[in-house]
Design a protein around this ligand. Structure first.
Ligand SMILES: [Zn+2]
Length: 394
């Protein structure tokens, strides 16, 4: 099965894939309070300091996204947590650079130039779409769910969610006017592409139609969507695949129907958590079918009956699930269907989840194997006890 999205590595928030061996199994061994270690081998702690409030790195330019630094900061050795921000930035950047090679960095740089070329000449249709204001974007039920204070937030977010199948949540999210504006903006952008003969990069390896929203200026809107809303949802429902620690995103719009993509085969995303919002327009078909969450090893394993589920899109409504939830889209048989996708990733999760034992938390097949293993052990124990009881008779 294809893992969707190898092509989107050009996103300017490179996903990290650090070898597990890069982490020490204890505390960092940096020397000297408040100083950078003199050895040239910076390290991170294995467990984050949850009570530490990280700095904001928005204004510091580097090849890595500022959110990545805020998110990594909790993993710094204890004696570095409170050193000046620039020193922490330098230390973390050195770590990040070790794992992103020259080729990847130059790809990121090229992509940045590509975006600059677009934004220097494309004129947006609706400025309002480029800055996320909750009251402009969302339906009241969604806004209210996030207004609750920290103690009640989980309950109020849960109250707007339906869970039609395990690990799949749906809720009403976008105002109809915002859906229409987004569709119109994407259509204008596509007209601009045709008019200027601009060679567009498609948003992933599987869709021939569709555009990456960050490429024409919507990155900060999407970042705020992930930071202020999706991370809170993920913290509650997807704690096993990064939870609140989502720190990079890839947002795009895909189009299905006549003269567009028709359907999409079974696949998984290059994301921890995927948000999928239907923007319209009028269409028939296009249902999503789900086949359970799997790790790499079990990607082609049969789905269990309880994992088979089908979802019909409703304009304005969102569906959210793990990126590794296997699924496909049925043919859109009439009209045009346009969906906004937001892939959310967690570099911290990717770094820390190299151990296969972790997969049992979310892979249906690993869970099945574990149940069988437990059953077998119980059976073996029973046989042993039975024999022990029988033995005196012989
Ligand atoms: Zn598995």
């Amino acid at each position: 099965m294809p893992a969707d999205g190898a092509a989107d590595r050009r996103n300017d928030a490179p996903s990290l894939s650090l070898p597990a061996t890069s982490l020490p199994t204890g505390n960092g061994n940096a020397n000297g309070i408040g100083q950078l270690p003199t050895n040239s081998n910076p390290r991170l702690r294995l467990t984050p300091r949850q009570d530490h409030n990280p700095d904001i790195y928005e204004d510091l330019q580097s090849e890595f996204t500022p959110l990545l630094f805020s998110s990594l900061e909790r993993y710094l050795p204890p004696n570095l947590l409170n050193v000046p921000r620039n020193a922490k930035h330098k230390y973390m950047r050195e770590i990040l650079r070790r794992y992103s090679n020259e080729g990847e960095r130059s790809r990121v740089q090229k992509h940045r130039e590509y975006r600059q070329r677009i934004m220097s000449s494309y004129q947006p249709l609706y400025r309002r779409l480029y800055e996320l204001r909750a009251t402009n974007f969302f339906v009241p039920s969604f806004i209210n769910a996030f207004k609750a204070n920290d103690n009640n937030r989980e309950e109020s977010i849960r109250s707007i969610m339906s869970e039609p199948a395990p690990g799949v949540y749906t809720f009403n999210m976008l105002q109809p006017i915002i859906c229409e504006m987004l569709v119109a903006e994407v259509e204008k952008f596509e007209k601009w592409i045709r008019k200027t003969n601009f060679t567009i990069m498609r948003p992933n390896t599987m869709n021939k139609f569709g555009v990456a929203l960050g490429d024409f200026g919507m990155d900060s809107m999407l970042e705020k969507l992930m930071e202020d809303f999706i991370r809170h949802i993920s913290e509650i429902f997807f704690a096993d695949v990064g939870g609140y620690a989502l720190d990079s995103h890839h947002g795009f719009v895909i189009q299905y129907g006549f003269n567009r993509d028709i359907e999409l085969g079974l696949h998984v995303d290059d994301s921890e958590v995927t948000l999928n919002v239907c923007l319209g327009k009028q269409f028939a078909g296009g249902e999503l079918y789900f086949r359970g969450v799997r790790c790499d090893k079990h990607m082609n394993a049969e789905a269990l009956p309880e994992e088979i589920f089908e979802y019909s899109h409703v304009p304005g409504h969102a569906i959210i699930h793990r990126g590794r939830h296997r699924r496909g889209a049925r043919a859109t048989t009439a009209g045009q269907r346009i969906n906004l996708l937001l892939w959310c990733r967690s570099s911290v999760f990717r770094e820390l989840s190299k151990q296969p034992k972790d997969f049992v938390r979310w892979c249906g097949e690993c869970q099945q194997e574990m149940r069988e293993h437990v059953n077998q052990s119980v059976m073996a124990k029973k046989v042993e006890l039975f024999r022990a009881r029988e033995e005196p008779a012989h």
